[in-house]
Design a protein around this ligand. Structure first.
Ligand code: ZN
Length: 226
């Protein structure tokens, strides 16, 4: 069994990578990172460092052109500010729409890209780190259980039943993910989640708030904040 893992350098996908290496062995794991034209390159550096740490093959794909029409606040060409607030507070003001850091259909595009690469690289499974906190309130609708199932079905059919998608954390919280990652001794010190590309995490954006809390709930301090 060979696995393609979508990695972004954050804690969810890095835990996913650690889990796949434990389950299938590093020689059967391929990590794939995607550039979507984000404001900084820290995530991509982190995903390279993490792939090197695990000794797995690392594929890098640039899909930035597809997002050049979007004004999502994470993108390099966007002059929108990245919100410094919790997702719950941001959602209270979006009237049911996704948050401003939602990259349009990102996971749909990433999974389709991964499916194509998985077939070419003889991988049977695509792993990715979608989890329930990001799907909550439809902040990121392309992280939900229903979306994952629909994409998984489509990819299974479209690949001639050779590739399936697994999102092992789809019903987990970030706290659960960190708990499993601590057991797996995931190198969280190499990861990066903050939407701002500064030297230290900003501690104010939605993903920083969630990440810090996930470590705290496990009685730990995020190694990036030590
Ligand atoms: Zn941040």
């Amino acid at each position: 069994m060979r696995v393609l893992v979508l990695t972004s350098g954050g804690i969810d996908s890095t835990t996913c990578l650690g889990m796949s290496v434990e389950k299938y062995g590093k020689e059967n794991v391929v990590a794939m990172s995607v550039s979507y034209g984000q404001k900084h390159t820290k995530e991509l550096k982190a995903s390279t460092d993490v792939a090197n740490y695990y000794g797995v093959e690392h594929i890098y794909i640039n899909l930035a052109d597809i997002f050049k029409y979007s004004d999502c606040s994470l993108l390099e060409h966007s002059d929108k500010e990245i919100p410094h607030d919790t997702y719950a507070n941001q959602l209270a003001e979006t009237d049911g729409a996704p948050v401003s850091t939602y990259v349009p259909f990102r996971n749909g595009l990433f999974l389709s890209t991964a499916a194509s690469v998985a077939i070419s690289k003889n991988c049977d499974i695509i792993y990715y780190g979608a989890h329930s906190d990001d799907a909550a309130g439809s902040a990121y609708p392309d992280c939900s259980k229903e979306f994952n199932q629909a994409m998984s079905d489509a990819i299974y059919l479209g690949s001639g039943k050779s590739v399936r998608v697994e999102a092992p954390f789809v019903q987990w919280t970030k706290k659960d993910i960190v708990k499993e990652g601590l057991r797996l001794k995931v190198p969280y010190e190499l990861t990066w989640s903050c939407y701002e590309g500064k030297d230290k995490p900003c501690s104010k954006c939605g993903t920083c708030i969630d990440r810090e809390k996930a470590f705290e709930l496990n009685g730990e301090i995020d190694p990036l904040l030590k």
